[in-house]
Design a protein around this ligand. Structure first.
Ligand code: KG4
Ligand code: ZN
Length: 338
């Protein structure tokens, strides 16, 4: 069984990705082609542009993934593809590409939920056992998942409005910092005084693991406007202090909600995925929470935390092992709760 080899295809947002992964957890190749430049002028991902770019780039990404892995279609055991949730045009392009390969090469097809791909990543990178707690924090997602099996996810809570990455990006825009906002805000925050301003900790006073980040962004906007009105402009130090206050507020909310999620039923591992997990302050806060709860903290390498094809190949392998196969009637789903 360990010589099973899967191709994984991902195209649900703004990355066109393909990867070759084995059932014994080797990533033979992982090609990610980002569309960031295409969308830069629009301040966000434009679905039509994304869909067209995926359609154009998918074949090349698959070809590169096969080539880099040193395998041909004949060596594959199956094809896994993100079938949702995501931007429908991109998901459709990926599903059609996968169907073409599966039909042409006579290979089994496995449709994968994008969120399951993220959630199962620690099993690929570190071979951990079930159960574990996954905090998914990116530009589009924010939720706690208790993972008990390849298809056994319990959502313990999540954001009721913006995802944290989205909030970082919006703050960067307010402060005229470059996009993506997360790394820019983190760099400014490192030079700021987190104690100077106090931003709210939304929903912290309410029980449970739900979170909210849009109020935090609004509070930052008001603070910025007040400073501009009082001083006639925003000083460099104001910007840095605001970033530090914002980052601390996000870290504290994520940490406290993680504490509650772990308290609901102890698990050996707290794992994170998503671009926001790159933030060192947030990482340190989560690591402390895990340690206090007697759990191991696990953050897979960033290239496997953000969107990629390897996680889809792996989730496909896990589903395939359970006997799951999809037919040519596999459909792309814009919404697909776990
Ligand atoms: O997982 P990801 O690459 O893409 C999806 O959203 O699916 O996450 C990107 C998000 C962006 O919003 C970006 O600003 C944020 O992750 N991000 C960060 C950091 N690096 C990336 N947020 C805070 N601190 C960072 N160092
Ligand atoms: Zn994602």
């Amino acid at each position: 069984m360990d010589d099973q080899i899967f191709l994984g295809i991902e195209s649900s947002c703004d990355d066109t990705a393909a990867a070759i992964v084995t059932a014994d957890r080797r990533i033979l190749s992982s090609v990610v082609s980002s569309q960031t430049d295409l969308h830069a002028d629009f301040g966000g991902v434009v679905p039509e542009i994304a869909a067209r770019a995926h359609a154009e780039k998918l074949d090349l990404a698959v070809e590169e993934a096969l080539q880099q892995a040193g395998v041909t279609l004949r060596d594959l055991t199956g094809v896994a593809v993100t079938a949702g949730p995501g931007l429908i045009g991109g998901v459709m392009a990926g599903v059609m590409c996968a169907k073409g390969i599966a039909a042409g090469a006579g290979l089994p097809l496995v449709g994968v939920n994008h969120l399951a791909g993220h959630a199962l990543t620690p099993r690929l990178t570190d071979g951990i056992d079930y159960p574990y707690l996954m905090l998914l924090v990116s530009g589009g997602h924010c939720q706690f998942l208790r993972v008990d099996g390849p298809q056994d996810f319990t959502r313990l809570g999540g954001t009721i409005d913006d995802a944290p990455g989205e909030a970082f990006d919006k703050l960067a825009k307010l402060l005229a910092l470059p996009q993506p906002g997360g790394p820019a805000v983190e760099a400014e925050a490192a030079l700021g005084d987190a104690e100077r301003f106090r931003l709210p900790r939304p929903l912290l006073d309410r029980p449970g693991c739900d979170m909210s980040f849009s109020g935090l962004k609004t509070a930052a906007l008001r603070l910025r406007d007040r400073l501009i009105a009082e001083q006639g402009g925003l000083r460099q130090q104001d910007r840095r202090d605001l970033c530090a206050a914002f980052q601390n507020a996000v870290a504290e909310v994520l940490a406290e909600k993680s504490r509650r999620a772990l308290a609901q039923g102890p698990v050996p591992v707290l794992a994170v995925a998503g671009g926001v997990a790159a933030n060192k302050t947030i990482r340190a806060a989560l690591e402390q929470v895990a340690q206090d709860a007697g759990s191991r903290f696990l953050a897979p390498p960033l290239r496997l935390c953000t969107d990629n094809g390897a996680m889809i190949a792996w989730a496909g392998i896990e589903r395939f092992r359970l006997g799951h196969r999809d037919g040519m009637d596999l459909t792309a789903r814009p919404r697909w709760p776990l």
